[in-house]
Design a binder for this molecule. Structure first.
Ligand SMILES: O=C(O)CCC(=O)C(=O)O
Ligand SMILES: [Fe+2]
Length: 508
């Protein structure tokens, strides 16, 4: 079983796991309770018999009676063993419970430590891209919207600890601070949690040390050790004494980062608008297929041209696509790494599968692509259906290969047609970092652009990204068309027009 946090769909399996755990644990507790009641009744009964015996006669007189002697010996030889020892020591309900858990987690899967890291990295990514403050997030507030879920001090503490382990010391400190405040409020009501303050302080000390604040780190340790000199924070103090504190170097963001975050937040630069204002129009001429239901075209950029075609798939068709995708296994998305190798990295957090064009719904998809793009489907890769988890994203990248072209196709990816298969409650925009364009996902719409110039050189300006999903489940379907089959469809231009995008080279 694969990973859970990288897609909302697979998170649903986990919800089922927990539901099963809940049911199994409740019935286990009930069975155990009945067993305990049974033991207790037996013990009470024997106790009464002892009391009765001692109340009546002297014990030796009582045991001198043959039936009494028989009863005591029978109890010790048989009853204690059958009624108490055996069932308590074998504990069948516990054994059944253990087996059930084993089978359940084998069949449905179970998350491990790396999943916890993954989801916490996702939270930190949302904070970074959308400027969400730690206190707001802990209070369940995202972009001024109040979601009905607040974190407890333990949860904030766990996030702080994990971020520390990931080396995100500044962010870690914020979460530890939030945990500290929440715990202090809790202690005001109930004093028995006071020792946990020291745990938080110790981590805060370590984060401060790594951030180049050894003095503050030392003060925090003193707060722990002055009242309690034997606390394990002594070890941490020794550790600091033998080590250079970290240096507070501000993390250097990649060159695209500022544009990425701005556009992900739905902010355009006004001065950089793409010439004449772009208006939506209806196109009934492109193909006879669209005469009765003209294409609703929303041009979003002119050179290179990016168009959104609305209402290309209805809910029923989208549902059928999911049915097809469900037959395949979704896997964590990889990206092309060094030397064309596929690797799983945080720059792309989603799960995906590939669909051919044989099912009825995929035949319609194929027709749509053909009619809108004018391209020959011989050059089309299968449709890649992807599902992002919360915090899931795809950092800026081009869709063309340029080098290490796949061998099973002729030419590079001349165009991208991307269907939005869901709406997204918050976040998850598609952005073109060099073109000042952001697109909120609209279910049923398709966005299309060319990744290559007419000269078939790569168009660097098409660098784009899928922003982190804040709330919701984002699903898309990508179809990439290769240039080798389109000689008659998009005649290439012998004079190179790639000078247009040369200036953007560095941003890739
Ligand atoms: O998720 C998005 O909006 C963009 C996805 C994308 O660029 C890709 O899958 O190549
Ligand atoms: Fe892409």
């Amino acid at each position: 079983k694969g990973e859970f946090y990288s897609s909302v769909d697979s998170m649903q399996d986990l919800a089922q796991v927990e539901q099963e755990l809940l049911n199994a644990t409740r019935s286990y507790l009930e069975t155990q309770q009945q067993q305990l009641d049974f033991y207790r009744r037996y013990v009470e009964q024997i106790k009464r018999e002892h009391e009765w015996a001692t109340a009546q006669l002297k014990l030796d007189e009582y045991l001198g009676h043959p039936l009494h002697a028989f009863r005591l010996i029978k109890r010790l030889v048989q009853d204690w063993d059958a009624i108490i020892f055996e069932p308590i020591l074998t504990n069948k309900p516990r054994e059944d419970f253990r087996q059930f858990i084993e089978i359940l987690t084998r069949d449905l899967g179970y998350p491990d430590q790396s999943e916890l890291q993954g989801v916490i990295k996702g939270l930190a990514r949302l904070q970074r891209v959308y400027n969400l403050t730690t206190t707001d997030l802990a209070d369940g507030i995202i972009n001024d919207l109040h979601y009905d879920s607040e974190l407890e001090w333990r949860e904030c503490y766990e996030i702080g600890v994990q971020l520390f382990d990931l080396g995100e010391y500044q962010r870690s400190l914020e979460w530890l601070q939030a945990a500290y405040e929440l715990l202090r409020n809790a202690i005001a009501e109930n004093n028995d949690k006071i020792q946990y303050l020291s745990d938080i302080r110790e981590y805060a000390a370590m984060a401060n040390f790594e951030l180049g604040n050894p003095k503050r780190a030392g003060r925090l340790l003193n707060q722990i050790l002055d009242p309690e000199p034997t606390h394990s924070a002594q070890q941490t103090r020794k550790y600091f004494e033998n080590r250079e504190p970290g240096k507070n170097i501000a993390e250097k963001n990649p060159s695209w980062f500022a544009n990425y975050t701005r556009l992900c937040q739905g902010k355009r630069l006004p001065e950089e608008s793409s010439g004449s204002p772009l208006k939506c129009y209806l196109d009934g001429k492109r193909h006879a297929y669209f005469t009765l239901a003209p294409l609703q075209v929303e041009p979003v950029h002119l050179d290179p041209d990016i168009n959104v075609y609305h209402g290309m798939l209805n809910s029923k068709q989208i549902y059928s696509i999911f049915v097809e995708a469900d037959k395949e296994e979704m896997v964590r998305s990889a990206v092309s790494g060094e030397g064309g190798k596929r690797t799983v990295r945080d720059l792309r957090v989603s799960q995906q599968t590939w669909l051919n064009y044989e099912s009825p719904v995929m035949k319609s998809v194929s027709r749509i692509i053909q009619f809108v793009s004018g391209f020959d489907m011989a050059g089309a890769e299968y449709m890649q259906v992807a599902n992002y988890g919360v915090g899931g994203q795809y950092e800026p990248h081009p869709d063309y290969f340029e080098v290490n072209l796949p061998e099973n196709f002729k030419g590079d990816r001349i165009s991208t047609s991307m269907f939005y298969l869901s709406d997204v409650e918050e976040g998850g925009y598609t952005v073109f970092t060099n073109l000042n364009v952001f697109l909120p996902p609209v279910k049923g719409a398709m966005v299309m652009w060319h990744n290559l110039h007419r000269s078939l050189d790569v168009d660097v300006r098409t660098l784009h990204a899928g922003c982190p999903v804040i709330v919701g489940s984002k699903r898309i379907g990508n179809i990439w068309m290769h240039s080798g089959y389109q000689e008659f469809r998009r005649p290439c231009n012998l004079t190179s027009d790639s000078y247009k995008s040369l200036a953007y080279r560095d941003s890739v």
